[in-house]
Design a protein around this ligand. Structure first.
Ligand code: HEC
Length: 125
């Protein structure tokens, strides 16, 4: 009984701290909201928007390049080194993993920015 009361109190405290009208349960049910709160998402999206990526990539459908969603799905179970590999590919450009159309090179992009872009893309699965 005591334990039950404790849980109730903790839940009440959570709701009280939530502040907004939104209950914690409603907030966590909305998946895109979770992703967009991620700093990797915000940083990567800002960089991708500033660069030329969106001329060839869309989030949900293939265009000149594969969709970001397909890229995220393809590498979902890859280990952490995939971030370096894909960042290198963005900087150097190349083809072969999705087809014969090459991605243009982005030699002025820093490795750090390219990695931030990859982290954003990989969140979109
Ligand atoms: C000129 C069109 C074009 C532009 C601009 C472009 N891409 Fe691509 N991208 C492609 C193509 C085509 C592929 C598929 C390459 C392949 O088959 O290996 C690709 C593949 C990728 C991949 C997956 C690479 C792999 O080996 O699986 C990532 C990640 C990626 N692009 C991110 C980006 C980012 C971030 C930018 C912006 C800096 C960008 N692309 C700009 C055309 C483009």
């Amino acid at each position: 009984m005591k334990k039950y009361l404790l849980v109730l109190c903790a839940a009440a405290a959570l709701v009280a701290c939530g502040g907004n009208a939104e209950t914690p349960a409603a907030a966590s049910a909305e998946k895109p909201a979770d992703i967009s709160a991620n700093p990797d998402y915000q940083k990567g999206l800002a960089l991708v928007t500033k660069s030329d990526c969106l001329t060839c990539h869309k989030v949900n459908e293939a265009s000149t390049g594969p969709s970001y969603k397909d890229i995220a799905t393809k590498y979902a179970s890859a280990d952490a080194s995939i971030v370096d590999t894909l960042a290198g590919k963005i900087i150097k450009g190349g083809s072969g993993n999705w087809g014969q159309i090459p991605m243009t090179a982005h030699p002025t992009l820093s490795e750090e920015d390219a990695k931030a872009m990859v982290k954003y893309v990989l969140l979109l699965k």
